[in-house]
Write a protein that binds this ligand. Structure first.
Ligand SMILES: *[C@@H]1O[C@H](CO)[C@@H](O)[C@H](O)[C@H]1NC(C)=O
Ligand SMILES: *[C@@H]1O[C@H](CO)[C@@H](O)[C@H](O)[C@H]1NC(C)=O
Length: 357
């Protein structure tokens, strides 16, 4: 069983973030997309509908005080994060071929909802002997190229970035689908729901919504805008190609992100050279103080200072040059070796002056 589940890692997997206002039609599109990908590509789409997964506390609107609003935002954030942890945990189980166990920490309701959602979509089942340990078996026959659709409003870019980081961590495909829908239409549809949201909530979200911007944020390059009123899925070849492309071109892990590495290295160099500079200055002033304590004549003091300064400048220049050549971070032990060498050289110079007295 474990043997076969290992094969899960050979299937491409991706995370698809749906974002848009409440009642923009995200859940309907997610369902249609799921059917379409299943039929046309034979892929699996796992729909994670946050509205269904979140426990009622996450939505509680009873408190209206300042603190109440803060705690509402806090609740939502807390459960949203928890769902991502569950998803990561499940991804690990898929990748490593382990059985799926409840994570050590978590809210019971959310966990039940999450597991229920995976079960309903045929991905896991409770093993016959596993009712006590709550161990679930991964349904191997269900495995194939898989997109997880995260169906929530994701109105802030930072919320979506967390999902991107998860994709990057496990080298998964990543894409964003923005459901573009006019506020008026969302409000109309919202009214027809059994549990409509307050209008202010939708207006407030429309204000805050950060539409994916692939020009400004490279990590948002795989984003598609979908006008639910005009576009139909069946004919939307662009959408299918987009999803194929993003699934087959997963996010590269951080190490290969050279831009980041460059920035990191520059920081590293700056701090190393700064430390070297500080140490060397200290050594020079210590050597000068020593010479003064030994009553070196003022004129001699002056040329000693000049000589030490020349040594210092040359030393720091060499260090900088060596650093740029190697293009790697130096450890503090190298710094210590370098500065002790400098210390010795400056002592030798000072000795020369003092022995000539
Ligand atoms: C396992 O997956 C297959 C293929 O998707 C499905 O037909 C079957 O019902 C699933 N089994 C369970 C126990 O969910
Ligand atoms: C610093 O230390 C490294 C490692 O010992 C050595 O290769 C390098 O030449 C030293 N640089 C200077 C300027 O002393």
């Amino acid at each position: 069983m474990t043997q076969k589940a290992d094969d899960a890692s050979v299937w491409p997997m991706g995370l698809c973030v749906f974002c848009g206002l409440p009642a923009a039609g995200k859940t309907t599109v997610a369902r249609a997309l799921s059917d379409c990908l299943e039929k046309q590509k034979g892929w699996l789409c796992v729909r994670l509908t946050y509205d269904d997964l979140m426990p009622p506390e996450a939505f509680s609107q009873s408190e209206t005080s300042q603190e109440g609003q803060q705690s509402l935002a806090y609740n939502w954030k807390f459960y949203r994060h928890e769902l991502l942890v569950y998803l990561e945990h499940f991804l690990q189980a898929l990748i490593k071929g382990y059985h799926y166990l409840p994570p050590p920490k978590g809210t019971e309701v959310t966990w039940k909802n999450f597991v229920g959602c995976l079960k309903e979509q045929g991905l896991i089942s409770l093993g016959a002997d596993d009712t006590v340990s709550c161990q679930h078996l991964i349904n191997i026959t269900a495995l194939r190229p898989t997109y997880f659709i995260l169906d929530d409003n994701f109105y802030y870019r930072s919320m979506r970035y967390e999902v991107y980081q998860l994709a990057r961590k496990y080298s998964l495909g990543f894409c964003q689908l923005f459901l573009d829908c006019q506020v008026e239409i969302c409000l109309q549809r919202n009214c027809q729901r059994t549990q409509p949201l307050p209008e202010e909530t939708i207006y407030a979200m429309a204000q805050k919504l950060e539409v994916p911007n692939s020009e400004k944020y490279t990590w948002e390059q795989n984003s598609l805008i979908f006008k639910s009123s005009e576009d139909t899925l069946e004919e939307n070849l662009q959408m299918l190609n987009f999803l194929s492309f993003t699934l087959e071109n997963p996010v590269k892990p951080l190490e290969e992100n050279t831009e980041f590495k460059e920035a990191d290295r520059a920081l590293c160099a700056a701090s190393f050279l700064h430390q070297a500079d500080q140490s060397v200055r200290r050594i020079v002033s210590q050597t000068m103080k020593n010479a003064k304590d030994n009553n070196l004549a003022a004129s001699e003091m002056k040329s000693l200072a000049q000589e030490l300064n020349k040594l210092k400048v040359g030393f720091l220049e060499d260090l900088k040059h060596q650093y740029n050549e190697k293009k790697q971070c130096y450890s503090s032990s190298i710094l210590a070796t370098n500065t002790s060498l400098f210390h010795q050289q400056s002592n030798d110079i000072a000795k020369k002056y003092l022995s000539g007295m």
